[in-house]
Each structure stands twice: as C-alpha cells, then as structure tokens.
Design a protein around this ligand. Structure first.
Ligand code: C2E
Ligand code: CA
Ligand code: CA
Ligand code: CA
Length: 276
C-alpha cells in the first residue's frame, strides 16, 4: 500500500510539472504574439432589449496564432494574469478599444458606450487610474463613453479599497459594471458597498431561462437591479424568448448572439454604419 501511495505521489508531481511547463509555453507564445501584434479585439453589440437599438459594445480580446487558430481569452488571460503581462496587455486593450470608440463616435453614434474588461491584476495596479486618465485624455474621449467591467473577485479581501477606487473612477465620469454577477461569492452587502453603476447577469443564468422551471437567479438579479436603482444587462441572450422574458422583467440591456456575435473591428464598423 505504501508503494502504491508513493507511486501516486510521483505521478501527481509529474502532472504538476507538465501543467507548469504548458503554462510557461503558453505565456512565452502569448508574449511573442503580443509583440508581433497577433492579438486583436472583437466587438460585440450591447442592445436595448425593448427597442433593439445599439447602446454600445463590449471589447473582447482575441489571439490568432500564426497557424490561424483562435485561442479563446478564457485560456490565456488567467496565465497572463499570474505573470504581470496582463498589466501591459490590459493597457493595450484599453487603448485599442478607445481607438475603435473614436471611430464609432465619428460615424455619428454619439451616445455609444464602450465596455472594457479589467482584470484583477490590472485594477489593483497603483497606476491604474492615472493610466486610465491618460489614455482617455490622449484619445480625447468623454469618460462617459467608457464603462469598465469588473468581476466580483476583484474585491476579495479588499472591499474598502476596491470601493474607494471604484468611487474615484466614477468621479472621473467613467461608469463601472459588475461582470458575471451571481457567479461569485459576493453578497448583497458587498454589492452595496462597491457602488457600481450596473450589474451584468452572467450567461449561465440567462441560458437557464425557458429550459428550467426555475428562472430564479436571472429574476433575482433583475429585481435587485431595480431595487438598488442600478442598470442591468444580460449577457448570452440567444433567443427571442429570453429577450422578451428579460425585457418584461425590467432588464434594460442585453448582449448575445440574438443581436450580434463578436465582430472584427472592420466588420463592427460596417455593422454600425448600417445602423445610423
Ligand atoms: P465575459 O466578460 O463574460 O464576456 C462574455 C463572453 O460571452 C464572451 O466570450 C462572448 O463572446 C460570450 N458570448 C456573448 N454572447 C453570447 C451568446 O449569446 N452565447 C454564447 N454562448 N456566448 C456568448 P469570450 O469572448 O470568449 O470571452 C471570455 C471571457 O474572457 C470574458 O467573459 C472575459 O472574462 C474575458 N475577457 C475577454 N476579453 C478580455 C479583456 O480584454 N480583458 C480581460 N481582463 N478579460 C477579458
Ligand atoms: Ca465582460
Ligand atoms: Ca460577463
Ligand atoms: Ca460571463
């Protein structure tokens, strides 16, 4: 039994070694992709659920390898996050999203808002707010046109300092949404303390609508938004039934394949030009 146990321990160590090697490989590849400009942003429309008009877009990071494969952000962002690369990458995302925002505004969509994801490492950087200010200033962008999407995990163990930072961002005029709401650990009191503008209902809860007798969480989040006077946006809206249900409950905005998939910069501009 003892030998067996030791054998398992060794196999376990080897697995860890393999996983670590894969992470290092991924990180090396990501770093060269970043410098070779093989990263780009896709833009997915945010739509008013009642009228169908476009209110903005979310910028989503994409990595296309030399072979033409697209590596999804869920695979490489956590690796970047643990290496410090995410700080530079996040600033690049913000700048690139602002470039696109500028072009959309120049098309004539003056009320458009651009939603940008911000990772925990990026948000916790002491320079984060000054970088944000500088990028907006350089692009001559009205802060009201930008929304930052933060996940609940950003606040773990640091609610007070997170809330203070969010307040400072909002004083600049930039709005803040709590992303993937309902998937994390956070409680009502955390939501209240953080003081965000909007909550984003995670795709998982939207996809349950119509498939299960229990529409519980999506309903709750929409009701909560109303109660707290926060904007609500549902992600992953794929069907007309989901759209109607959410709209009738009072959810304001939505995002999902029903309205539009994430598009390349050029495709998104053409899509927006059709909607003037
Ligand atoms: P997220 O912020 O929850 O983004 C929404 C995800 O849902 C996107 O996946 C989007 O393509 C997908 N989606 C939208 N509508 C639908 C739909 O109707 N059906 C289905 N099945 N999926 C839909 P994506 O682009 O793979 O991004 C995954 C995650 O990676 C994002 O989740 C976000 O957490 C992260 N991410 C993406 N870009 C960035 C970035 O620039 N910075 C940071 N920190 N994270 C990012
Ligand atoms: Ca997001
Ligand atoms: Ca989300
Ligand atoms: Ca999500």
């Amino acid at each position: 039994a003892k030998r067996l146990h030791r054998g398992r321990a060794i196999a376990f160590t080897e697995d860890l070694g393999l996983a670590a090697r894969e992470r290092i490989r991924l990180l090396t590849d990501l770093r060269s992709a970043f410098h070779a400009e093989r990263l780009h942003l896709a833009f997915q429309p945010l739509v008013d659920l009642a009228t169908g008009s476009v209110v903005g877009a979310e910028a989503l990071l994409r990595w296309t390898t030399e072979e033409g494969d697209v590596i999804p952000p869920d695979r490489f962002i956590p690796v970047a996050e643990h290496s410090g690369l995410m700080i530079a990458l996040g600033e690049w995302v913000l700048r690139t999203a602002c470039d696109q925002l500028k072009r959309i505004i120049e098309l004539g969509h003056t009320g458009f808002r651009m939603a940008v994801n911000v990772s925990q490492a990026q948000f916790r950087e002491p320079d984060f707010i000054s970088i944000l200010e500088r990028v907006l200033h350089e692009h001559e962008i009205d802060p009201k046109r930008i929304e930052l999407e933060l996940t609940e995990s950003i606040a773990i163990g640091q609610i007070a300092s997170t809330a203070a930072k969010i307040a400072e961002i909002r004083r600049m005029g930039v709005s803040v949404a709590l992303d993937d709401f309902g998937t994390g650990y956070s409680s009502l009191s955390v939501l209240k303390q953080l003081g965000v503008d909007r909550i984003k209902i995670d795709r998982a809860f939207v996809q349950e609508l119509g498939h299960s007798s229990d529409n519980g969480i999506a309903d709750l989040v929409v009701a909560l938004g109303r109660q707290m006077d926060l904007g609500t946006i549902a992600e992953g809206v794929e069907t007309e039934e989901q759209r109607r249900y959410l709209m009738e409950r009072g959810c304001k905005d939505g995002q999902g394949y029903l309205f539009g998939r994430p598009m390349s910069s050029d495709a998104f501009e053409a899509w927006m030009a059709d909607r003037l």
